[in-house]
Design a binder for this molecule. Structure first.
Ligand SMILES: C[S@@+](CC[C@H](N)C(=O)[O-])C[C@H]1O[C@@H](n2cnc3c(N)ncnc32)[C@H](O)[C@@H]1O
Length: 223
């Protein structure tokens, strides 16, 4: 595995993400716009693509799921609506988001923090998902040079793979898209770059685009 040394988020960066989401919840309440999604449909199209990884499941047995950057925990509801029996844990850097998730979905398992705070054991969850949580340019404790661009995101992806027993599904903004290119505050990648990176450690990698203009989804499999 490409060993990326602890590109931890700076305290300033954490605070920035937390402050933005506190403000967005105050402004929009329990709405996709509080998550910076333009509509519920856009959120659900992404969920639909992520969950295609479950179509290869051999049976309807329960599986454990970790959702990184879970927001309100809507992926849990989506999975249940699709008939999946999941033991769900969501994590999110924003304490306000976590509290809102608990309020909207009583009984949901959610925790505050990022994946390095959770520090899951190897193979701890059947599936690890991430939707939209790597779409912002972030500062880490390493100077943000071009060389280090995306370093935190790549470390999160590698850690997600380590934590899964069966597979990982995540989406990223597609750097080929002009709208994405016009937004320096957004973090984007080229699919080839990410696939090549994931192939350096994952048993099997596939990806898909074309379901939205500016997004692609990557699937990593342990077998
Ligand atoms: C675009 S929203 C998507 C929320 C959810 N995945 C969904 O699709 O409904 C991104 C979420 O990721 C959280 N987030 C951003 N960076 C994160 C990180 N490094 N670790 C954990 N959560 C993060 C934000 O607080 C926000 O709730």
């Amino acid at each position: 595995m490409d060993c990326l040394m602890e590109p931890y988020l700076t305290a300033k960066q954490r605070l920035r993400i937390q402050t933005r989401h506190k403000a967005s919840i105050e402004q929009y309440g329990y709405q996709p716009q509080a998550l910076f999604w333009s509509s519920r449909e856009i959120q659900q199209i992404r969920f639909h693509k992520l969950c295609e990884i479950l179509s290869s499941k051999q049976n309807q047995q329960a599986c454990s799921v970790l959702d990184v950057g879970c927001g309100f925990g809507d992926l849990n509801t989506y999975l249940q609506q699709q008939g999946f029996d999941v033991d769900y844990l969501g994590i999110d850097l924003s304490e306000d988001m976590v509290q809102s998730a608990r309020f909207q979905h009583p009984g949901i398992q959610v925790q505050t923090g990022d994946l390095f705070d959770l520090n899951p054991a190897e193979n701890a969850y059947d599936y690890v998902f991430l939707s939209g949580a790597l779409n912002e340019v972030v500062e880490t404790d390493i100077e943000g040079t071009a060389e280090h661009k995306g370093r935190y995101a790549k470390a999160v992806i590698a850690q997600m793979y380590r934590a899964c027993r069966q597979g990982v599904a995540f989406n990223l903004l597609d750097g080929r898209h002009p709208w994405v290119q016009s937004r320096p505050d957004l973090q984007s990648f080229l699919p080839n770059e990410i696939v090549e990176y994931c192939q350096s450690f994952a048993h099997r990698v596939s990806w898909v685009d074309g379901y939205l203009d500016n997004d692609f989804t990557v699937y990593l499999y342990k077998s």
